[in-house]
Structure formats: C-alpha cells, structure tokens
Design a protein around this ligand. Structure first.
Ligand SMILES: C[S@@+](CC[C@H](N)C(=O)[O-])C[C@H]1O[C@@H](n2cnc3c(N)ncnc32)[C@H](O)[C@@H]1O
Length: 229
C-alpha cells in the first residue's frame, strides 16, 4: 500500500545498521511493511495493543512475506512493555501517530527498563511536541536528525534521537523548540516552516490568554526561532 507523505518521510530516516526495528502503535503495519520490503533490518517487529488488528496483520504478513530474508514478528502488547531485553543487537524504536504525552510515557518506561542499552527512537507525535522535547532533554537524549512535514494542512515534527551512551562521542543537543526543522531547502519548505511557526505561536498565545498556566517562556522560546532562509 502507498505510504502517506508523513510515513514516507519517517521511513526514509531509517538508515543505520539496526538489528531490530520496532514499529510501535503500528495499526495496519504500513511503516514496518515498507521497511520489511526493503530489508531494512534482520528483524522487524510490529507492536499494537489491539488484538484484532494484530491478528489481521499477522495473516497479511504471512501471505505477503512468507519467505522474507528479514524476519518479522507481531506483538500484541503495550508499547511500555517492549521486550527489548530478549533480543540482542542494535534497536530502533519507532512511535508515530499518537500523542506526544503518550510517547513520553512509552519512552520513559522503555528507557527505565533498559537503562544500560543504547536505543535509537524515531518519534512523530501528534501534538505536545514541546513537552516531548523537554522530556527527551531531561533524559539526556541526543539528536540525530529532525524534520518537519506538512500533510493535509497538519504539521508533524519527526525526531530521530538516541538514549545516552557511555562513549565520549560528541552528541548533538536536542533543542526544546527545534533547530534543523526551521531550515528550509526549497520555497515550499520555507512556506511550511513559516506557517508552522505562526500556527505554533498562535496556539501558545491562545493558551496564555486562557490563563491556564504561565507559558510565557514557551512563547519566548518560539519567538526566538530564526527561520532559514
Ligand atoms: C493512529 S494509529 C498510528 C498508526 C501509525 N503508527 C501511523 O503513524 O500512522 C495509533 C495506534 O496506536 C495503538 N496504541 C494506542 N495505545 C497503545 C499502547 N499503549 N500500546 C500499543 N499500541 C497502542 C492503537 O491501537 C492504534 O492502532
């Protein structure tokens, strides 16, 4: 099945040598299937909490990938309980299409359970991007890549981040408001970054007017964003 622009962008950001790729909250498994088709890793895992979805997906994978050189497995479970420790090698955990607040819970749980394992996370939250970034900074994660995508008048930040390592390699810091996402290479992308910044600022200014909480520091942080070019 054809991938949406958002899923295509996420798929294209999977480039390292991973042993296990986890398509979490996989729904119909489109993202994981695309990675399985291009043999992106020796094992692709599909994870969702809905049993009927996983049964249907298991049947489909057996039909379309019966003898795939890459292994695949389906797991009907809560992403917070990912059995990473049962599998040796380098892991990429992808979580897309759910709220940033839920992604924070998943990342916290996985990181706590596998504290000593260096894991890459490819994250595409729906809302709560600022809070998610703050949490990743709190956990001392580092940035590998970040991209902004516009699809059907919605904006998606996609973050490829890494849990802390013990090596002395220089790690890139995660910005609470993003850095690379504001750099455009095309006129279309320039329009996207400008529209996203405007929309984000409007959102937080509306919240501030509602007097729910003091979020002036968030507004100030987005006001200091410099669009390039
Ligand atoms: C909108 S779909 C996202 C599909 C795909 N990842 C995407 O980005 O288009 C959200 C999926 O998350 C699953 N989900 C929600 N909470 C979950 C949890 N705690 N553990 C595993 N899957 C969960 C739902 O069952 C649903 O299939």
């Amino acid at each position: 099945m054809k991938l949406s622009k958002r899923l295509k962008q996420i798929e294209s950001m999977v480039i390292s040598d991973y042993t296990h790729i986890w398509d979490c909250c996989c729904d119909h498994g489109l993202l994981g299937s695309a990675l399985l088709s291009r043999l992106a890793a020796p094992c692709i895992h599909f994870v969702d909490i809905v049993p009927e979805l996983m049964k249907e997906l298991e049947d489909k994978l057996q039909r379309f990938y019966p003898n795939s050189p890459s292994n695949w497995q389906t797991h009907c479970l809560d992403v917070a309980a990912l059995p990473i420790g049962e599998h040796e090698g380098k892991h990429l955990v992808m979580i897309a299409g759910v709220g940033g607040d839920l992604i924070i819970q998943f990342v916290n749980a996985i990181h706590q359970s596998h504290f000593a394992t260096n894991i890459d996370f490819l994250l595409c939250p729906v809302h709560h991007q600022f809070t998610l970034r703050r949490q990743l900074i709190e956990l001392d994660f580092s940035l590998k890549n970040e991209v902004l995508v516009e699809e059907n008048q919605r904006f998606y930040e996609i973050l490829l981040v890494s849990s802390p390592t013990k090596t002395d390699d220089k790690q890139s810091k995660i910005s609470p408001v993003g850095e690379l996402i504001w750099q455009a290479n095309t006129a279309e992308q320039s329009k996207t970054t400008a529209n996203y910044l405007k929309k984000t600022l409007n959102h937080f200014q509306r919240m501030q007017r509602g007097n729910k909480a003091d979020i002036q520091h968030i507004i100030d942080a987005y006001r200091s964003v410099v669009l390039f070019p």
